[in-house]
Design a protein around this ligand. Structure first.
Ligand SMILES: Cc1ncc(COP(=O)(O)O)c(CNOCC(=O)O)c1O
Length: 419
């Protein structure tokens, strides 16, 4: 065919760090602390709910309500109404999606138009950039930066400059995208930081896309605050969640967007004309999961208490392993990733095939090929404009069995002994 095959919207959005590094980790049979998925099963109560659903008769194997299985939207509305302190309408204010990915896709496709500018706070979950481009928008990037002059030990030491953020707002700005707890940094935005963002959204009449898939995973007293719960923000915020991250079931691909029905109604149009709906049985199981957590909320039996407490130990384990290898981790306040500065590490990255790539990409490929340990380069979470400034960090994932973390520890120990 003489004509160009691909649509122009696919130009410039072809690379995907997950496809590239997951394949490389598999090719080299590396210990995988790269992509963010648990190497253990979801809790028994949601597994049992899934098994019950699939043996629960024909209706669980057939289509359900397009915008969300009735039982699930009711469970989500009941659960999150108590969190945000307002009545959430299960049929108007919630869209159930194929993972948080699709909630994000529907938000960008439904609410960002050609020529709109979208401010993305960096580091950011990489799909935001291509999703903005495919919606016809222009990404405008504002990085979180390590605090000047202080020893940067925690993700809380990476801050967003109110002046820099305000300076990027123009009459074409339509939305600000934040992710808290942040991937890859682990920053949990403080209420004062969220209030600063909210003030700008209200002043300039902007939308806020708030990716909160790690909402239950916070440590050392860090508190997750939903920006949608701040005054004046409910009607302009899309809050995105994930059953994959909530119940350690990333393969089920159930996610959601919660917002005023005035915004959700536009996202429903994209959803019904693309994937139409998500797996019925998985939605049924997630609904039972939220009903259980509603009853147990705040108690020691709650999975939303047990998972962060298990991960807190893994976080400490990984940090001490990195320190003993001479690395300096940035302690995450939330999520299940930890980034570490590699600028002090002396290695001979003598791989010609990667010589035109950024330092962290080259380092990660060397670590996989030469040491059999998979991580993710952090500059993948920055725009081309800022990636050079942040190409001396790599990301480790610690939502892994202790045996996996110990295998990584062994590799790092041997390596540091040879240095
Ligand atoms: C911030 C954020 N939003 C959204 C998502 C996607 O969520 P879901 O799996 O529910 O589509 C993810 C999943 N990330 O997993 C890849 C990795 O970082 O290693 C995520 O981190």
């Amino acid at each position: 065919m003489a004509r160009r095959l691909h649509a122009s919207r696919t130009v410039g959005v072809d690379k995907n760090v997950w496809v590239e590094f997951t394949q490389l980790a598999a090719d080299y049979k590396a210990v995988n602390l790269g992509q963010g998925f648990p190497d253990f099963s979801p809790p028994q109560f949601v597994q049992d709910a899934f098994c019950k659903a699939v043996s629960g008769g024909p209706q669980m194997h057939q289509y359900t309500r397009a915008f969300g299985h009735p039982r699930l939207v009711k469970s989500l509305a009941k659960f999150f109404s108590r969190i945000v302190g307002r009545e959430i309408d299960p049929l108007e204010d919630i869209l159930v999606t194929v993972g948080a990915y699709q909630a994000l896709f529907c938000a960008f496709q439904a609410l960002i138009d050609n020529g709109d500018e979208v401010i993305i706070v960096e580091p950011f979950f990489d799909c935001y950039q291509p999703m903005v481009l495919m919606a016809g928008g222009t990404g405008v990037y504002v990085p979180l930066r390590p605090k000047e002059g202080s020893t940067v030990l925690s993700s809380g030491d990476w801050v967003l400059s109110a002046e820099e953020l305000a300076s990027k707002i123009t009459p074409r700005t339509k939305a600000i995208v934040i992710n808290t707890p942040n991937n890859p940094l682990g920053k949990v935005y403080k209420v004062e930081e969220l209030q600063m963002i909210a003030d700008l959204c209200i002043k300039h009449d902007l939308l806020c896309f708030s990716d909160e898939v790690y909402e239950w995973l916070t440590y050392d007293g860090a508190k997750h605050v939903k920006i949608a719960s701040l005054p004046g923000m409910w009607e302009r915020t899309i809050t995105v969640g994930s059953a994959g991250k909530t119940f350690s079931a990333t393969g089920w691909k159930v996610g959601w967007a919660i917002s005023s029905g005035n915004l959700i109604k536009h996202m429903k149009i994209i959803h019904q004309n693309s994937v139409y709906h998500c797996a019925t049985a998985a939605q049924e199981a997630v609904s039972h999961g939220f009903d259980r957590e509603y009853e147990l909320f705040g108690s020691p039996e709650s999975y939303f208490q047990q998972l962060p407490s298990m991960l807190h130990q893994k976080r400490q384990k990984l940090a001490s392993c990195l320190r003993s290898a001479g690395l300096q981790p940035i302690m995450p306040e939330g999520g299940y990733f930890m980034i570490t500065d590699i600028s002090s590490v002396k290695v001979d990255l003598n791989d010609e095939s990667t010589e035109d790539e950024s330092y962290d990409f080259r380092f990660v490929k060397w670590l996989i090929k030469e040491k059999g340990l998979a991580t993710i380069p952090v500059s993948a979470f920055f725009s081309p404009e800022h990636s050079k400034e942040f190409d001396k960090y790599i990301r480790f994932c610690f939502v892994k069995e202790n045996s996996t973390l110990e295998a990584a520890e062994e590799i790092l120990r041997k390596w540091s002994q040879k240095e």
